[in-house]
Design a protein around this ligand. Structure first.
Ligand code: FAD
Ligand code: MLT
Ligand code: ZN
Length: 475
């Protein structure tokens, strides 16, 4: 078997037999899915660029069930692909061949919430938006937010170490996750589900699993620190005449808004054109080469208003910003955020999407987009840049009517070499999955890759967990 666009060979795992199905039925009664129609959605990724051919989907409810499944698969040499909300963008969430899909969809229970500390403990299959609603009712918010919130699972967020829209303020999940429960490849339940802010007892094992994309273990539960819900939230959506002004506005924001700055996102004019054309969203400001979304979150509205007004006054009088609009009510805030959050969706409707997610020195961030536009000319439909500017994270996306090997050849390794030339990261926040495993070397030295392979071999000696993903596949 060879996967069409990305040549790989199926490793010698067993194939699922009738006997295996009977064993699974025993472990998770009536939650063994083999109906091809039902399996279709789990075999295809969100971007619809990858398709596996798994014949079985398992839906455990408890960590013990996950443990039984993995112990069995380990014994029988059956490969397993853990799946959360299947919103991953690097082909990690769907099988490459016939791996068993282990879904966390039914592992959606909240275990506890501490009102004073804001510590939430829940199962890995809880949907991010639902968790946010739950904690908001208790005057807290989740420390992360992303466009896929309505479908992605907290376990999937951790497995990919998702960044998203609140990263600038609340930082990486590596800081806000306090504990994890993980089931290892052989079925061992590793209970590190503590809720302590400080705990220096040996190696911080949970960090190994955060961002490991289901290749080292299955995350079954999480303990996470939620920040208090800000009393005052403002969003300004601004038009900038050039990228230099986008950068200058960012510096000004940091200086003038200080601790209340909670997001600084940018998008270019082509992104705006795409959300207008495909989603019928209209720009609330005059047409500009660039747009930025500035969010403030604080504890006193008058204080924040004052700071924001003087920032806006300065930005417009100095020509950094040519037009802008401000939102303080929930409805308009949502509307402004949608312009930025829904770019991914608009791109998907534009055609085949070549997706790059890189970290770069912020002053060179947009040069890659400009270079690529010149390099591709009319070969691409759109070359767009948007992303989490405040975190130095560019989303570079190229669309075309259909997939073309020749266009791919123009993009790669060019984009990766360009990024490596700036000592950037070839995957800022989406992970490696299936699509990026061969390019890890652009951002990591051989010694680091070797140590990763050794860790993988230690934790999953048979390589049954998410094979063909994350690490370069060895022949
Ligand atoms: P899946 O897609 O199901 O899986 C992703 C990976 O994690 C796979 O390798 C899978 O095997 C593994 N996995 C899933 N659950 C577990 C588990 N319990 N244990 C072990 N491994 C597991 N990402 C960002 O970083 N920032 C963004 O702003 C952002 N915005 C997005 C917006 C849209 C519209 C979309 C479609 C995606 C976006 N993403 C973003 C991609 C992001 O990776 C995911 O949305 C999210 O983190 C994945 O969660 P999921 O539950 O869908 O995981
Ligand atoms: C975003 O920031 O919108 C997400 O990471 C998704 C994407 O890159 O398209
Ligand atoms: Zn992003």
């Amino acid at each position: 078997l060879t996967c069409e666009r990305y040549p790989v060979r199926r490793l010698p795992f067993s194939t699922v037999s009738e006997e295996d199905l009977a064993a699974f039925e025993h472990i998770v009664p009536r939650r063994v899915i083999t109906d091809p129609e039902e399996l279709e959605a789990s075999n295809v990724d969100w971007l619809r660029t990858m398709r596996g051919c798994s014949k079985v989907l398992l839906k455990p409810r408890t960590s013990e069930e996950v443990s039984h499944i993995l112990r069995y698969c380990h014994e029988k040499n059956l490969a397993v692909n853990t799946q959360g909300g299947n919103t991953g963008l690097v082909g990690g969430s769907v099988p490459v061949f016939d791996e068993i899909i282990l879904s966390t969809a039914l592992m959606n229970q909240i275990i506890s919430f501490q009102d004073i500390s804001g510590i939430l403990v829940c199962q890995a299959g809880c949907i991010l938006e639902e968790l946010n609603r739950y904690v908001e009712e208790r005057d807290f918010i989740m420390p992360l937010d992303l466009g896929a919130k309505g479908s992605c699972h907290i376990g999937g967020n951790l497995a990919t170490n998702a960044g998203g829209l609140r990263f600038l303020r609340y930082g990486s999940l590596r800081g806000t996750v306090l504990g994890l429960e993980v089931v290892l490849a052989d079925g061992t339940i590793l209970n590190c589900l503590t809720s302590l802010r400080k705990d220096n007892t040996g190696y911080d094992l949970k960090q190994l699993f955060i961002g490991s994309e289901g290749t080292l273990g299955v995350i079954t539960a999480v303990s996470i620190l939620c920040p208090p819900k800000p009393r005052a939230v403002n969003v300004a959506f601004l038009g900038c005449p050039g990228f230099a002004e986008v950068l200058q506005t960012f510096s000004t924001c940091k200086r003038m808004l200080g601790e209340i700055l909670s997001a600084y996102e940018f998008m270019d004019a082509e992104c705006m054109q795409l959300v207008r054309q495909h989603l019928h969203l209209t720009s609330p400001v005059q047409e500009s080469p660039f747009y930025v979304l500035v969010e403030t979150s604080g504890s006193r509205m008058e204080h924040d208003d004052e700071k924001l007004s003087s920032f806006l006054e300065h930005a417009s009088s100095s020509g950094l910003v040519t037009d802008g609009t401000l939102a303080t009510d929930q409805r308009k805030i949502k509307m402004l955020w949608a312009l930025r959050e829904r770019i991914t969706e608009a791109l998907g409707r534009d055609g085949y999407v070549y997706k790059y997610d890189v970290s770069l020195p912020v002053d060179r961030l947009y040069d890659l987009v400009t270079d690529l536009r010149a390099r591709l000319g009319s070969k691409a439909k759109h070359v767009v840049g948007y992303g989490h500017l405040g975190d130095g994270n560019l989303h570079l996306n190229v669309t075309a009517e259909a997939f073309s090997q020749s266009l791919l050849g123009d993009l790669e390794p060019y984009v990766y070499e360009w990024t490596a030339g700036q000592r950037g990261s070839v995957s800022a926040e989406h992970g490696v999955g299936f699509k990026k495993q061969s390019v890890l070397g652009y951002s990591k030295p051989p010694e680091a890759l070797q140590l990763m392979q050794q860790l993988k071999a230690l934790l999953d000696p048979q390589g049954i967990l998410n094979p063909y993903k994350t690490l370069p596949t060895r022949a």
